[in-house]
Design a binder for this molecule. Structure first.
Ligand SMILES: [Zn+2]
Length: 429
């Protein structure tokens, strides 16, 4: 039974000391005080800072806020009273471990449209604005790490890799420089990439997020949007400065997130084996005097999400005739309405941020990734497919279907008849 005081509580939401007491509509004009953004300007000062703070609305010059999808957790932390809404990041000692750029691509408004090239260096780029009270936060962080993978230890024990004490230690640890990159979209440029009008893009983003960002339709003067999606992480093997030098051999893989395989070793696809093979290739490349790069995008399950992905697994394995390669794409399309939502059009931006003009060895079989990279003006030399012995038994369905659909292979392309024969495990197996 409820107590008298609880049952007599008014049926309204009461303002708590940590809430602002009134809703601040984002559709209202921000007023004065927001610096302009000139996307693609040659210097940070001319381009202007990206200000996505929620504390001083008058300073905001973008739609959305920091941290991609984690912005919702930040809101939860504020709602729960765990985080002060006025908290300012103390950025002491957080500056990048390695200098990236500036590269000439940073001054081309069409080369980079989905990240802020100046996002790692806000402290160096905008000291006066920061000193005068503008809450400008990094959207890119660059650090160093050792990565230790059982596949690399195995490659050492089998003699494919040899520790050199510089790129690969005798402990099996590979030395990397890594960067985390949040999405920052310049809407006119994103619309151009997808061949739609900016108005249609804004309206569709507004409607398909359930009306989450009214400014998309009310504030056409704000051209930059920080979308609530995952970003990218890059891992560099060797000297990051070498990435922009076309004379230095670059081994690179652009990899889309697959939690089931990448982290948990699920054997229905080739994601982790291909990723660890790429890391092995990157280490070998660095040891030859080159540089290696893995760019990892948070686009789980072809950007359809894991729920859709697991539904598709069941549909594949329960269909009449079992899980065959000839039905691989059809089952995804039945559940999701499309075969793929990764749309690689924005993916090359991170390569242009790094100043890359040539990839000597692209460790990917995807024609969509290859087309996006070369279409953005980056030369690609050799393409490196996954060695056959690294393809798990149950993943033959996926890789054969992809090769038949146009993925690069140095071997034979499976025929329609072959695809009918390639069969995966059942659900009870
Ligand atoms: Zn996978």
């Amino acid at each position: 039974m409820s107590t008298a005081s609880e049952s007599s509580a008014p049926d309204t939401v009461r303002s708590t000391p940590r809430s602002p007491g009134h809703i601040r509509l984002t559709s209202h004009s921000a007023g004065f005080g927001a610096p302009q953004i000139s996307w693609g300007a040659a210097t940070a000062a001319e381009r202007g800072p990206v200000i996505a703070t929620t504390t001083d609305r008058a300073h905001r010059n973008v739609i959305g806020t920091h941290s991609g999808s984690y912005s919702v957790y930040r809101a939860l932390a504020v709602a729960a009273g765990a985080l002060s809404r006025d908290h300012r990041a103390d950025l002491t000692n957080t500056s990048p471990t390695d200098v990236i750029g500036p590269h000439r691509q940073w001054a081309d408004p069409n080369a980079i449209v989905s990240l802020d090239p100046w996002g790692a260096t806000v402290a160096e780029s905008f000291p006066e604005l920061l000193a005068s009270g503008y809450d400008i936060r990094p959207t890119i962080a660059v650090t160093k790490a050792h990565v230790i993978l059982p596949e690399i230890a195995e490659a050492i024990s089998r003699g494919r890799l040899t520790p050199d004490g510089e790129f690969l230690l005798s402990t099996g640890a590979a030395l990397v420089t890594k960067a985390a990159v949040e999405p920052v979209w310049w809407l006119p440029g994103v619309a151009a990439r997808f061949g739609c009008s900016e108005t249609d893009l804004r309206r569709t983003l507004f409607e398909e997020t359930g009306g989450m960002y009214p400014e998309l339709v009310t504030r056409s003067d704000l051209e930059v949007f920080l979308p609530p999606i995952g970003g990218q992480t890059i891992y560099i093997f060797g000297d990051p400065q070498d990435l922009s030098n076309p004379a230095v051999e670059l081994t690179a893989r652009v990899h889309d997130e697959c939690n089931g395989s990448d982290v948990f070793g699920s054997d229905i696809c080739t994601c982790r084996p291909y990723l660890t093979h790429a890391i092995e290739e990157c280490i070998q490349g660095a040891q030859r005097g080159g540089v290696g790069l893995v760019a990892y995008s948070r686009k789980e399950g072809r950007a359809l999400g894991e729920v859709t992905k697991f539904l598709v697994y069941n549909a594949r394995k329960r269909q009449v005739g079992g899980d065959t390669a000839d039905q691989y794409f059809a089952r995804t399309e039945c559940v999701a309405g499309v075969q793929d939502m990764r749309f690689q059009e924005l993916m090359p931006d991170v390569l242009h941020w790094l100043g890359i003009t040539r990839i000597h060895r692209l460790v990917s079989m995807s024609n969509m990734k290859y087309d996006a990279i070369t279409g953005s003006g980056i030369e690609v030399g050799e393409r490196v497919d996954i060695p056959d012995e690294l393809v798990p038994e149950d993943a033959r369905v996926e890789i054969d279907a992809k090769m038949a659909a146009g993925y690069f292979t140095s071997g034979a392309v499976p025929t329609t008849d072959d695809l009918r024969q390639v069969k995966g495990r059942g659900l009870s197996g």
